[in-house]
Design a protein around this ligand. Structure first.
Ligand code: NDP
Length: 451
């Protein structure tokens, strides 16, 4: 990083010294923007503004459990940037949630949403509530209490939340119901809704499918494909499940999945039948991935050491790695294990799953590397398509939405690839995505008088 960018970075740290995840996300973007500021010095003021959230909302979320015991959680909504459209980004319910994690996610969302080509600003929110082990009734009461405060800060033309870790179709349903009751109107204020009340076909699949479409494009630049490739996938939630499905569609062989307790390795490959079993386990029975190894022959289970290290999974010998669980789940050592096993490509399904050391290791060793803000943008892009359908009061077919998603992912790949070349860093998708995402937002911020 040059001295100009270093001074911006130092001021970010001085303002919020205890936000390491946010610093990590900012540092990566500032690094990429050095050649842009050399070419367009007028954009330096944009850089200084873009690292500061437009608005941060924090609130109390009180609720009662099934035994009548009282709990208080903390809720957040970070409205980071609205230069190119209403704030858009998911809600995360996980005990680790704090301002640093949500600011990193909201900051990344600004560039990701810009890359989709759709008119969406960047935001993120959530709570330190842990849905694991809670009854449906408890999750419902929590969601209702959360929305009782959040509703006044969001709106179809203002801020449109979606799901993320711990927030899937069930939670979006409860949140939407309470929003509708309080606002007394039926609008597309949340995405990821159920089909019967305004949801889009393919939205549940979108992040995972989009990730694999992006990885397919990236592999094609080296005349490679998923056909016959072994694939390590981490996580077993929304993104992981549908990444797994699309890998199977394209002739690849997924051999791992995980949750926060451990990972499974199935050398024979996870086929459609096994994947359906996992989807039922995770989405209906809300069980642990270990049960897969207990149920199917020839599958190994390895328990995790303490979070956030999913350890062991990245030592499995594969051609392609798709981290789809959480931030910082591949460190430098784990990246080296993948490199030693001659991995061809790593594409991030999760947000920032690779540490800076891991990214450096992949890039130094010629591994094709796709940053999440490009490769997992299919989820928010399809949320954008859900917003369009809600505004039009129409719904598109599965094929129409999937075709639009695929076209968007192909275009994001092309844009990131060509931008990296233009700025003298061929093959560097991190730089390409950051620069392309930034330029559109920067132009809009300048035109609007830097408010
Ligand atoms: P889910 O809650 O559906 O699944 C998350 C998966 O990751 C679970 O298997 C979970 O295991 C595991 N996991 C979560 N936290 C940890 C942790 N600290 N250590 C180890 N494992 C963990 O979430 P999603 O699939 O929706 O999201 C996964 C990632 O993808 C996140 O980084 C999210 O920000 C990103 N993403 C999601 C999008 C979406 O549309 N849903 C869009 C773009 C990005 P367990 O159940 O044991 O906690």
């Amino acid at each position: 990083m040059d001295s100009t960018m270093k001074s911006v970075y130092d001021s970010v740290i001085a303002r919020d010294p205890n936000q390491p995840e946010f610093h990590q996300a900012v540092e990566e973007v500032l690094d990429s923007l050095v050649p842009v500021i050399q070419a367009h010095p007028e954009y330096l003021q944009v850089v200084r503004a873009i690292v500061e959230a437009e608005r941060i909302i924090q609130f109390r979320v009180p609720w009662y459990d099934d035994n009548g015991d009282f709990h208080v959680n903390r809720g957040f909504r970070i409205q980071f940037n609205s230069a190119i459209g209403p704030y858009k980004g998911g809600l995360r319910f996980h005990p680790s949630v704090n301002q640093s994690i949500l600011k990193f996610l909201a900051f990344e969302q600004v560039f990701k949403n810009s890359l989709t080509g759709l008119p969406m600003g960047g935001g993120k929110g959530g709570s330190d509530f842990d849905p694991k082990g809670k009854s449906d009734g408890e999750v419902m009461r929590f969601c209702q209490s959360f929305m009782m405060e959040l509703w006044r800060h969001i709106g179809a033309d203002l801020d449109v939340p979606a799901g993320d870790i711990g927030v899937g179709g069930r939670e979006i349903g409860y949140l939407f119901g309470m929003y509708k009751k309080l606002a007394n109107e039926f609008t597309g204020v949340l995405t990821g809704k159920g089909r019967s009340y305004g949801g889009s076909l393919i939205r549940p699949q979108a992040t995972g499918y989009g990730l694999v479409y992006f990885a397919r494009e990236m592999l094609a630049t080296k005349d490679k494909s998923f056909e016959g490739a072994t694939v390590a996938i981490s996580g077993s939630g929304n993104v992981a499940q549908f990444a797994c499905e699309k890998v199977i569609d394209l002739g690849g062989k997924p051999v791992t999945l995980s949750d926060s307790s451990g990972f499974i390795h199935d050398p024979a490959g996870i086929d459609r039948e096994k994947l359906a079993w996992i989807m039922d386990l995770k989405n209906n029975r809300r069980g642990r991935i270990k049960e897969f190894a207990d149920h199917f022959d020839g599958v190994e289970y390895t328990a995790s050491k303490p979070e956030p290290n999913l350890n062991g999974l990245w030592g499995v010998n594969v051609d392609i790695a798709l981290p789809c669980a959480t931030q910082n789940e591949i460190n430098g050592e784990e990246a080296q294990m993948l490199v030693d096993n001659e991995v061809t490509a790593v594409a991030e399904g999760a947000n920032m799953p690779c540490t800076p050391e891991a990214v450096e290791c992949f890039q130094a060793n010629g591994v094709l590397f796709a940053p999440g803000k490009a490769s997992n943008a299919g989820g928010v892009a399809t949320s954008g398509l859900e917003m369009s359908q809600n505004s039009l009061r129409m719904s598109w077919t599965r094929e129409e939405v999937d075709q639009k998603l695929e076209a968007i992912m192909v275009n994001i790949h092309k844009n990131a690839f060509e931008t990296a070349e233009k700025y003298g860093m061929p093959g560097n998708y991190v730089a390409g995505a950051n620069i392309a995402g930034f330029l559109k937002v920067a132009e809009a911020m300048q035109a609007q008088g830097m408010v």
